[in-house]
Write a protein that binds this ligand. Structure first.
Ligand code: SF4
Ligand code: SF4
Length: 353
């Protein structure tokens, strides 16, 4: 299979340049990608202490330590991860899920990771930030999610003001870069009140896509929000220690307002990564995004035979690839990452290896 050969070629090339034993122990080389892709951590911890942040409940500290892999090592870790498809049409890469990537302590490293992934792997990269995005991102064709919850940044007192972030994104857009307004989390009584002003700022900056994201709460998050004067209890039935519970907030009005402005409202951040790179994905039920990808069934057959399956007889029904054998989990995930459509098994297992 072309995607598998490409992956092996990149791994082969990079393995001579890094300490492979050390890198292969890192979770980036092992973690299962989700339909929305794989995340790259640029640091451990975050000092910005946004009121709604979930990372502190996950045990991350309130200061940041740059992630210990070099850019080349990170590129190798992602390429060597057996479930990740490498290349322009490969696994979506998202930078900065559990920290702010452009903190002064990690800014260069984050840019280094993005450059290394784009140059050595070629995968579509997206980065979420509460900082004005570095203008170099335009040359990596990275999609930038400008993360906001209100106009003043009331719940993010240590981050640069949303107006600076959005104006920074406008500069990036002028240089040919891609930026999306990422209204996440929607905090009831805060985000909804400011939405028109946020959308106006984004529109003036040349941003034309928006993603809305739900607030996930824990008892600690609810308590921190309360100390900022925000009460989320009417929106949540029960909070549980150690579990993030999504709050029930009707997004429809926000979506309708954004559409009236002329924004394209996307179902998830990965959709923005797909569209920014002019690609297609139909891997989850929120899609298809950009259309349903074409599938080369002979290429899939080639991969399955190489992996030891006999009688798989794959076919594409226009939305899913159906095979007549039960696939090992890792093979199924790799195929889905490489094809961006679901792969379903019908029939009994006939794996020969
Ligand atoms: S910037 Fe992101 S990771 Fe840092 S505290 Fe805010 S929400 Fe959490
Ligand atoms: S179909 Fe769209 S929302 Fe679903 S994983 Fe693909 S890009 Fe994301």
């Amino acid at each position: 299979m072309e995607a598998w050969r490409r992956k092996l070629g990149v791994v082969e090339k990079l393995r001579t340049m890094v300490d492979i034993k050390r890198v292969e122990r890192d979770h980036h080389a092992k973690r299962l990608p989700r339909p929305c892709g794989i995340t790259i951590h640029t640091g451990v911890g975050c000092p910005l202490a946004c009121a709604y942040c979930y990372i502190y409940d996950m045990g991350f500290p309130g200061s940041v330590r740059p992630y210990p892999l070099t850019p080349l090592e990170m590129a190798y870790a992602i390429a060597a991860n057996p479930h990740v498809a490498v290349g322009e049409r490969g696994t979506l890469v998202a930078v900065g899920s559990v920290t702010e990537p452009f903190l002064p302590e990690t800014r260069e490293l984050a840019l280094g990771y993005i450059a290394a992934v784009v140059e050595h792997l070629g995968n579509p990269v997206q980065v979420a930030t509460k900082y004005p995005p570095p203008l170099e991102l335009a040359k990596y064709r990275a999609d930038v999610l400008i993360s906001v919850t209100d106009v003043e940044g009331r719940l993010e007192p240590k981050a640069p003001k949303p107006v600076e972030r959005i104006r920074g994104a406008g500069e990036l857009v002028k240089r040919g870069g891609s930026a999306t307004l990422f209204v996440r989390p929607i905090v009831p009584g805060v985000t909804d009140r400011d939405l028109e002003r946020l959308l106006a700022l984004a529109w003036d900056a040349g941003i034309r896509r928006v993603v809305f994201g739900t607030l996930r709460a824990t008892p600690a998050i609810a308590a921190r929000l309360r100390s900022f004067g925000v009460d989320i209890t009417p929106y949540i039935r029960r909070l549980e220690e150690g579990r993030q519970v999504p709050i029930k907030y009707p997004k429809e009005r926000l979506v309708e307002t954004a559409r009236k402005w002329g924004f394209e409202v996307l179902p998830a951040s990965c959709a923005s990564n797909i569209l920014a790179h002019g690609q297609k994905c139909a891997l989850c039920s929120w899609g298809p995004c950009g259309g349903v990808p074409e599938v080369d069934v002979e290429d899939v057959r080639d991969f399955l035979e190489y992996r030891g399956y006999r009688g798989a007889d794959p076919h594409f029904d226009g939305r899913r690839v159906v095979v007549k054998v039960r696939l090992k989990r890792g093979d199924k995930i790799f195929l889905e990452q490489a094809l961006r459509v679901p792969v379903v098994s019908q029939g009994k297992a006939r794996h020969l290896s």
